[in-house]
Design a protein around this ligand. Sequence first.
Ligand SMILES: *[C@@H]1O[C@H](CO)[C@@H](O)[C@H](O)[C@H]1NC(C)=O
Ligand SMILES: *[C@@H]1O[C@H](CO)[C@@H](O)[C@H](O)[C@H]1NC(C)=O
Ligand SMILES: *[C@@H]1O[C@H](CO)[C@@H](O)[C@H](O)[C@H]1NC(C)=O
Ligand SMILES: *[C@@H]1O[C@H](CO)[C@@H](O)[C@H](O)[C@H]1NC(C)=O
Ligand SMILES: *[C@@H]1O[C@H](CO)[C@@H](O)[C@H](O)[C@H]1NC(C)=O
Ligand SMILES: *[C@@H]1O[C@H](CO)[C@@H](O)[C@H](O)[C@H]1NC(C)=O
Ligand SMILES: *[C@@H]1O[C@H](CO)[C@@H](O)[C@H](O)[C@H]1NC(C)=O
Ligand SMILES: *[C@@H]1O[C@H](CO)[C@@H](O)[C@H](O)[C@H]1NC(C)=O
Ligand SMILES: *[C@@H]1O[C@H](CO)[C@@H](O)[C@H](O)[C@H]1NC(C)=O
Length: 771
Amino acid sequence: MVTSKWLALLAAGRLAAAWGTSTEDITYILPIYEGALANDSRSNDLAILGGMKTMLGTGGNYTQLGFSFSSWCMSRDQNGAASNYTFNATNLNYVLGLAKELELPILVHANNGRWADCCTSNSDGGWNDALLDEIANQTDTTQINSAGDSLYGHDFGSNYFSFSRYNAFYRSYKQRNLQASMSTIAAWAAENPTLFVGISLDSETLYANDASDYNPIVIQEWKEWMQNTGLYGPGGPYFGQGRVPALVAVSDFNSATGQSFASWDAVTAPAPLSEGDPYTEEWQRWRIQAIVHTVSDETAWIIEAGIPRNQIYGHQTPELEFYTFGDDLTTATAANGGGGYTAYGRAPLDFQSIDTPLRADGTNNFGLFELNPLSTDNTFSYDTLTTLWSDGAKILCPNAFENVTAKDQYSLFDSPTTGDTWGDNINAFLAAYGDTPRLLEPPAWNPGNKVFDLYDNFVNASESGPDNHLAANGSSGGVAVKTVYSAVGGVISYTIDLPALTESTQRLNFYAALGVKDGAGNGGGTCTFQASVTDSTGTETLLLGNGIIIPPTYWTWKHWMPVLSDVTAWAGQTITFTLTTTGNSYYGWTQWGSPAIYATPAGATSNSDFGGSNLALGKTATASSDDTSASGGGWSVSYITDGNVRGGTDGRNGWSSASHTSADATEWVQVDLGSAQTVGKVVLHPRSDISSAAGTGFPVAFTIYGSTDSTAWTPLSVQSSYGASIKAGHAEVVTFESAKARYIRVTATQLNGVGNESGYRVQFTELEVYA
Ligand SMILES: *[C@@H]1O[C@H](CO)[C@@H](O)[C@H](O)[C@H]1NC(C)=O
Ligand SMILES: *[C@@H]1O[C@H](CO)[C@@H](O)[C@H](O)[C@H]1NC(C)=O
Ligand SMILES: *[C@@H]1O[C@H](CO)[C@@H](O)[C@H](O)[C@H]1NC(C)=O
Ligand SMILES: *[C@@H]1O[C@H](CO)[C@@H](O)[C@H](O)[C@H]1NC(C)=O
Ligand SMILES: *[C@@H]1O[C@H](CO)[C@@H](O)[C@H](O)[C@H]1NC(C)=O
Ligand SMILES: *[C@@H]1O[C@H](CO)[C@@H](O)[C@H](O)[C@H]1NC(C)=O
Ligand SMILES: *[C@@H]1O[C@H](CO)[C@@H](O)[C@H](O)[C@H]1NC(C)=O
Ligand SMILES: *[C@@H]1O[C@H](CO)[C@@H](O)[C@H](O)[C@H]1NC(C)=O
Ligand SMILES: *[C@@H]1O[C@H](CO)[C@@H](O)[C@H](O)[C@H]1NC(C)=O
C-alpha cells in the first residue's frame, strides 16, 4: 500500500530527488490561517484569503506565498460518540478547496497533540472535547505526576496524554483519525502536486512539567527499553529500538545510576529531578526517547497514509526547558526528513543555535511552523526572515493571518501590540526574495569538497586554556571521530585562506560534530560551544548563534550533535576561525568532531540536482549473506549502492543479512570502488522503509575495514556500542583518518533486533563512501 502511493507520487514528480522534494529550491511563506470552516460563506473566505494575497504579495518563482491550517481530527473534525468519533473530512475538504481555487500552496498542521482542542481566537467554530474527555477518563491514558494526579486539562493546550506505547486506547483513536485525515490530504496532493508543501506534526509534543510522566505504563516501558525486553525484545513490535547498550541485570542499572535496587520490579523513577545526577539523567534520556518514539510513530502513521517522509516536519520548541518539557533538539528532527520548530519573540541571533544543528541533522530540510518576532522594530522583524532564509529554512509559517474584529498580539496586521510590523516585513521579504532560489543546501553527510581540515591543521593553530590536543579517536559512544579536544574555557584559532568560488551558486560550509567525553560532567552544568569568523577588519561574526548548549545528559547518552554553518560570505578572504567553549569548567572535556570547511562542487546548481562524490554509488557490493526475502521482501545486496536512501522506493529497501538466533554473530557487506582511492568517511543509512523500524537492524558493534586487494584488511573505525538514537532514514556518518582503499567492508559483530522478528540481522538501506 505504501509503495504504490509512493510510486504515484514519484509519477507525479514529487520524489524526483533522493532527499527533499522536487521543489527543494523554493522557500515557502505559509501564514497560519485557522479561520475557515465549511459552514462559512465560501465567497467570504475567498475574499479573506484573496485579501491576504493582496496585503502580503505572492512572491515569485522561488519564494512563494501560501497558507497553513490545522487538521483537528481529535476534536472539531470528528463525528461524535454515536459514530465512535470517526474523522469528519468536511472542514478539511472545504479548506483544501479554497487552496485549489486560489492556487495557494498549503501545509497542514496535524494538530492533534496537547493542543488537540485548541481554539485560536480567530476560530469561529465550536469545539468538541467529547473524544478527548472520554479518553482521559480511561485508566492510564494521561500524563500523571509522581503523586498520581492526572495532568490532563480539558482545554487550551493541556491535552497531556501519556507518550507510552502502552497507551493503546489513546493511540488507536489517534492513529485511526490521523490516518483518515492524512489519506484525504494525500489524495488531494496527488491531484494538486504543486500546491502540497507538507505536514507538520502535532505542535509541542512535550511533557506537562518536570514531574511527568510517572504513569505506570511509562515506567513499565522504560524498564523494557533499558533491558531490551517486552516491546523492545525479540518478537516485540519495536525490537531493535531498545537502549544501546542494554542494561540487562538490575545491577547494570544500579551501577549506571548509582542506585541499589534489589530487583527490576523495585526500580522506580527519580522524583524530583536532580540535574546532572546519573539517575535523573538516565530517566531524562528515556523521557526524551519516549517523545522521539511518539513523533516517529506519528510520522510512520502519516507515511502509511500516503505522505512521503520528506514532506513531514517536526513542530517542537527545542531547548526551551530541557528538564521540564524534555524538548531536546533531537525531538525536533525525529520526523526525518524534516525538522521543525516554533519561535516567538526570538532575536535573529537566537536562530543559529537551533538552525545549524537542524541543517546538519538527517536531511537538511527544516522549517518554522509558528513564527512571530512580536516586535515593532522593522529591522528586527525583517532580519528574522533573512536570517532564517540564509540558515536554509525551507518553510516559514508566520502566525497568524486573522480576519476578525478583535485581533490578538500574534496578528500579522492590526496587532494590538505590534500593529502591521510583521505583515509589512513579510510583504517586503516576498517582494525582495521572490525570484531568488533557495541557497544550495548540501546534505550534511556530503557537504562537498573539503577545503580546510581543522584537525589536520591543529599544529598551526594558536590556542589558550589547558590541554587542548588532538585525539585520534573520540570517546563519545566509542565512536571514532577525528577530534579536537579542548577543556571547557579553551580557545583555538586558525588562520585560513578560504578559496574564491567559481560559480555564484556554490557555497562554503563549516561542519563539526559536537560532543563531550564519556563520564565527564558529573558535576552538572552545561557547556556552550561557539565558532566564529573574524575578517581582516577585525569584525567577528558568531556562527552558532548564541552558542550550542550541550546538556549534561549527552555524556550519559554518548551523543554527538552535528552542526552545519554557511560561511560563503568570506569566500576568497583570509580569516581567523575560532573554536571556543564556555561553561562550568568542572564539566571537563569538550570535543570538536571532524571539524572542517567544505565547498559545494562546481556544477551543482540546484538542490534537486546536488552534485556528489559518493565513491560507492553504483559500484558492486557483496556480502556474507543476502536474504532477499527478509522482513517481507525488497532486499538485495545490489540495492545497497543504488543511490536510493529512502527505503521502499520502487520496492527496494536495501540489504539484509540472514537471521541469527543470537546477537553475537558476524555478518559483513563490502563494496569494490573499482580502484584504490582516498577514503575518510562512510555513511550508513539505517532501514527507512517503515519509521517504526528506527534503529532496527542497525548493528550495535561493527568495524569498518579498508583494503587495496580484498585480502589484507586494515581497520579504519571500530564501533563498540553504536546506535543510542538511530532514527529511520537518518544518515549515520562515520569519519576516520584518511586512508587508501579500493574495498570497503563493514563487519558487524553484534547484531540488532528487527521489529516483530525473534532473530537478529544487519540491515542497511544504503552504504556510501567519501574521501
Ligand atoms: C477581511 O475580510 C474582508 C472580506 O470579508 C476583506 O474585505 C478585508 O479586506 C479583510 N481584512 C483583512 C485585514 O484581512
Ligand atoms: C518564472 O517562471 C516562469 C515559468 O517557468 C518563467 O517564464 C519566468 O521567466 C520565471 N521568472 C523569473 C524571474 O525567473
Ligand atoms: C461532518 O461535519 C459537518 C460539518 O460540521 C456536518 O455538517 C456533518 O453532519 C458531519 N457528518 C457527520 C456524519 O456527522
Ligand atoms: C458554524 O458551525 C459552528 C458549529 O459547528 C457554529 O458555532 C458557527 O456559528 C457556525 N458558523 C456559521 C457562520 O454559521
Ligand atoms: C468521566 O468520568 C466521570 C466520573 O466517572 C463521569 O462523570 C463523566 O461523565 C465521564 N466523562 C466522559 C466524557 O466519559
Ligand atoms: C471505536 O474506535 C476505536 C479506535 O479505532 C476502536 O478501538 C474501537 O474498537 C471502536 N469501538 C467500536 C464499538 O467500534
Ligand atoms: C508488530 O506487532 C504489533 C503487535 O502485535 C502489531 O500491532 C504491528 O502491526 C506489527 N508491526 C509490523 C510492522 O508488523
Ligand atoms: C604549518 O605552517 C608551516 C609554516 O607556515 C607550514 O610549512 C606547514 O605546512 C603548516 N602545517 C600544516 C599542517 O598546514
Ligand atoms: C583510542 O585511543 C586510545 C589511546 O588514546 C587507545 O587506547 C584506544 O585503543 C583507541 N581506540 C580505538 C577504537 O582505536
